[in-house]
Design a protein around this ligand. Structure first.
Ligand code: NAG
Ligand code: NAG
Ligand code: NAG
Ligand code: NAG
Ligand code: NAG
Ligand code: NAG
Length: 451
């Protein structure tokens, strides 16, 4: 990796300083009644499988001999194979400059000579890894805020709870080492993203957390990395500098693995969805700002809006579901702990409150009257009409929608850690234009813990 984008020398000590005192201010509550929990499993105490040590390596080797991939005969082309060059012989090359949204993609950048390697019209020979538009700057600055809280959070959890606390929750010393390594990954991510921003990169803030024990720490990590991951997928394809997007992608795939691991530590099914959701930046900031107490005065405020806070008052309880399933494991067959038709109860804040470390006023572009709960999962927005709407107390209910990604037989739309906003319309959006929904948000997003 070239050093050119590491031009700013970050003072590492500022990344790894002592963990600020934490005031537990609880708004997002992971728990609700056990009403939503599948009662089909009885509680089990997590116990470590005892390993014979040292293992008998010789007998293991004979059991699990490594196949030699060299000896596998090469596949022979079947007669039905039609050479690409033959099938496209008459298609002329379309210059990159002629490519636009309505271009026929089958004619783009084709070349039939044997030496031809397809080229992207976005390819840059000598890329720079600095942000060069405000959109990119603000998006990466948001990502830096996210990486910093993860760095703080993982280390804080490790420092705050004793080894015995962790052991009791089924998180053994080796598991803790993995969490410790995840914190180090965050140093790397904060470092490289800060360098893309240069001297104006935001510095680390101080944070507060809603957890009180190891299990709720793990659950919070699972939720926070969920919006960290989805938050980046929402804008990655829109970045003006695709070289910046490349490095960001290579960090966010690590974050996706962190989320996966935290779900495993919680005893949940690690990935019940077929597609991970992408979120607009404002959604990430609306979810994230709540846990940031204050930032250094030299930090530039983030440009992203904050919408009125939305609370799912009867949030399905992932912690209990994980315990009932048997605690930490590679995977448990945990079924979704909410279900289509379940009544979801919402409450929300009025618009105009001052929120977040940069003292922003929350906004809405609506008349403040919500009509739909928009559940955003996989790559769908699925609306459920609100009822029992009480505009004075700002509460409403909606039935959890049904639906499958590709219709019956495919994955259930709502499973895993998902998102919900209250809107005034039920307009259709697809992943690449989801940010257009922002002007219809009355409150939210909130996390919706479907499975
Ligand atoms: C096709 O690709 C080859 C190898 O890159 C190049 O020499 C040739 O000029 C290309 N043909 C056209 C029509 O661009
Ligand atoms: C594709 O890109 C490579 C590297 O920049 C260049 O050498 C080659 O000529 C390009 N080919 C075409 C068909 O544009
Ligand atoms: C796991 O759940 C699936 C359905 O989601 C079911 O078909 C399967 O039998 C279950 N397996 C076990 C071992 O519980
Ligand atoms: C949620 O996903 C898990 C894992 O795929 C699956 O076992 C479960 O049946 C799903 N829940 C529902 C309600 O489909
Ligand atoms: C989810 O999106 C897929 C693909 O666009 C579509 O076929 C499906 O009907 C959508 N499901 C719902 C419930 O909107
Ligand atoms: C978003 O894009 C889809 C097509 O991908 C389109 O049907 C829909 O109307 C668009 N939404 C808006 C608000 O323009």
């Amino acid at each position: 990796m070239s050093l050119s984008f590491l031009r700013l020398s970050i003072v590492f000590t500022s990344l790894v300083t002592a963990y600020p005192a934490v005031n537990v201010v609880q708004r997002w509550s992971p728990s609700s009644g056990p009403e939503s929990i599948s009662p089909s499993k009885t509680p089990a105490i997590w116990s470590q499988t005892s390993l014979v040590f040292p293992p008998d390596l010789e007998s293991l080797e004979s059991l699990y001999s490594v196949p030699s991939y060299q000896t596998i005969p090469p596949a022979t082309a079947s007669s039905s194979y039609v050479a690409y060059a033959t099938s496209t012989a008459s298609i002329p090359i379309v210059p990159a400059t002629d490519l636009h949204a309505d271009a026929d993609p089958s004619t783009a950048q084709r070349n039939i000579s044997n030496a031809y390697q397809p080229n992207s019209s976005n390819f840059v020979t000598n890329p720079t890894y600095a942000t060069f538009s405000n959109f990119d700057f603000q998006s990466i600055a948001l990502a830096v805020h996210q990486e910093y809280i993860e760095l703080d959070l993982f280390n804080y959890g490790l420092a705050h709870f004793s080894d015995a606390d962790f052991d009791q929750a089924g998180i053994n010393a080796e598991n803790r080492e993995l969490i410790r390594f995840m914190a180090q990954q965050e140093i790397g991510h904060a470092y490289v993203l800060s360098n893309m921003l240069g001297p104006a990169a935001p510095k680390m803030c101080s944070y507060r957390y809603p957890f009180h024990d190891v299990r709720s720490f793990i659950d919070f990590c699972q939720v926070l990395t969920r919006w960290g991951e989805s938050g980046v997928y929402g804008f990655l394809q829109l970045l003006d500098n695709r070289a910046v997007a490349q490095i960001l992608l290579q960090s966010i795939t690590v974050e996706a693995r962190q989320l996966y691991t935290f779900r495993q530590f919680e005893g949940l099914f690690p990935m019940p969805e077929w597609f991970e959701t992408g979120l607009p930046q404002t959604w990430t900031w609306t979810l994230l700002h709540n846990w940031i107490v204050s930032c250094p005065p030299e930090n530039q405020p983030l440009a992203w809006e904050i919408y009125p806070r939305l609370v799912v008052d009867n949030q399905p309880n992932a912690i209990i579901a994980g315990i009932l399933a048997g605690g930490p494991a590679i995977s448990h067959n945990v079924s979704a702990f909410s279900y289509p038709g379940r009544v979801t109860c919402f409450s929300w804040d009025p618009v105009g409150l001052i929120e977040g470390p940069y003292h922003q006023q929350t906004v809405t572009y609506t008349a403040g009257v919500p009509r739909f709960a928009a559940f955003v999962s996989q790559y769908n927005v699925t609306y459920s009409p609100l009822y029992d709407v009480d505009l004075e107390r700002r509460t409403a209910k909606a039935k959890q929608p049904d639906g499958h990604v590709f219709g019956l037989g495919s994955d259930l739309l709502l499973n895993g850690t998902q998102f919900v906003v209250l809107t005034d319309t039920c307009t259709n959006y697809t992943p690449a234009n989801l940010s257009l929904i922002n002007t219809h948000i009355v409150a939210g997003p909130a996390i919706f813990q479907a499975g």
